[in-house]
Ligand binder design. Structure first.
Ligand code: MG
Ligand code: MG
Length: 262
C-alpha cells in the first residue's frame, strides 16, 4: 500500500533532504583523480553522523545481507549499488554517488553522476540526457497524472538518443522506510500505473546505459553492472506532491556550487 504523507511528514523529509544535499556537497569537494571511493564514503558517513542523522544505506538489509557503507559508489560500467573500495578515480571515469539520510524518522534519497576530468563526448551526452530525463520525469509529477507518465517521459527522452533504459531497477516511494510503494519505473506508458496525488513522496532515479539496457549482478551480491561493459549514469531526486505539484525535496545545489555550474 502507498503511505501518503502529512504536511508534518513532508516537513521532516525536507529537513532530512537538506542534510543529504549538504553531504553530497562535501563529497563533491573530494571527487578528483587520485581519490579512492572509500575516502568519499568516509566523508559522507562523518558528515551525516555529525548532523545527528544516520546514513540510510549503512547496514541496509536485503535478503539477510547488510550493505557495508553510507554511499553506493558506481564507477563506469557499474550501474548502481557499487561498494566503496580502494579503487582510485582516474581521468575519464564517471562516478555515481548515491546517498540516503535518515533524520527524525524519515528518509531522503538522491544520486548524482560526475565526470572525472575529461570524458568521451558520448559519455558527456549520456550524463546530460540522464539528468534531463530526471527533470522531464519530475515535470510529470502532478495531481491527476499517473506513475507511468514519469517512466514514459524518461524512456522517450533517453531512447530517442539511442541509450538503454535499465528495467530491473526502479524508483520508489519513501518516508519512514527507505523503500515503499509505489515502484517508479524509468520506462512505461502514459496513463498507466497508480494515480499521483497530494502527499505522495517518491524517489525518481533514471539509470541509463550508454549501450544496451541489460544488466547483471556481480558476485558480491550488490554491484549491478551493464552486460555490454559500457558506462551507465544515474541521477535521483526525492520529490513530494504538494498543493497538486511536484516539490523537489533533495537538492544538487551544493554539488553544483563545487562544480561551478550552479
Ligand atoms: Mg538512491
Ligand atoms: Mg532510491
Amino acid at each position: 500500500m502507498i503511505y501518503y504523507k502529512s504536511e508534518q511528514d513532508i516537513e521532516a523529509i525536507r529537513l532530512s533532504a537538506q542534510i543529504l544535499g549538504k553531504a553530497h556537497g562535501e563529497v563533491a569537494k573530494l571527487i578528483e583523480p587520485g581519490a579512492t571511493t572509500k575516502a568519499l564514503d568516509k566523508r559522507a558517513t562523518e558528515f551525516i553522523f555529525d548532523h545527528k542523522a544516520s546514513p540510510s544505506f549503512l547496514n541496509y538489509k536485503v535478503s539477510g545481507r547488510a550493505f557495508p557503507a553510507a554511499l553506493c559508489i558506481s564507477v563506469n560500467d557499474v550501474v548502481v549499488h557499487g561498494i566503496p573500495s580502494d579503487y582510485v578515480l582516474r581521468e575519464g571515469d564517471i562516478i555515481s554517488v548515491d546517498c540516503g539520510v535518515y533524520f527524525n524518522g524519515f528518509h531522503s534519497d538522491s544520486a548524482y553522476t560526475y565526470p572525472i576530468g575529461q570524458v568521451k563526448p558520448e559519455v558527456t551526452a549520456l550524463l546530460k540526457a540522464t539528468k534531463e530525463s530526471l527533470c522531464l520525469g519530475i515535470e510529470q509529477v502532478r495531481q491527476g497524472n499517473r506513475i507511468g507518465d514519469i517512466g514514459a517521459a524518461i524512456q522517450q527522452h533517453t531512447e530517442k538518443l539511442g541509450f538503454g533504459v535499465v528495467r530491473e531497477l526502479v524508483g520508489h516511494g519513501l518516508g519512514k522506510n527507505l523503500h515503499e510503494e509505489p515502484q517508479v519505473p524509468n520506462h512505461g506508458k502514459k496513463g498507466n500505473g497508480p494515480l499521483i496525488r497530494n502527499g505522495l513522496v517518491i524517489a525518481i532515479e533514471p539509470m541509463i546505459n550508454l549501450g544496451r539496457k541489460e544488466v547483471f549482478q556481480a558476485k558480491d551480491g550488490w554491484t549491478i553492472k551493464t552486460k555490454d561493459g559500457k558506462p551507465s549514469a544515474h541521477f535521483e531526486h526525492t520529490v513530494a506532491v504538494v498543493n497538486g505539484y511536484a516539490e523537489i525535496l533533495t537538492t544538487f545545489k551544493y554539488i553544483e556550487e563545487v562544480l561551478s555550474i550552479a
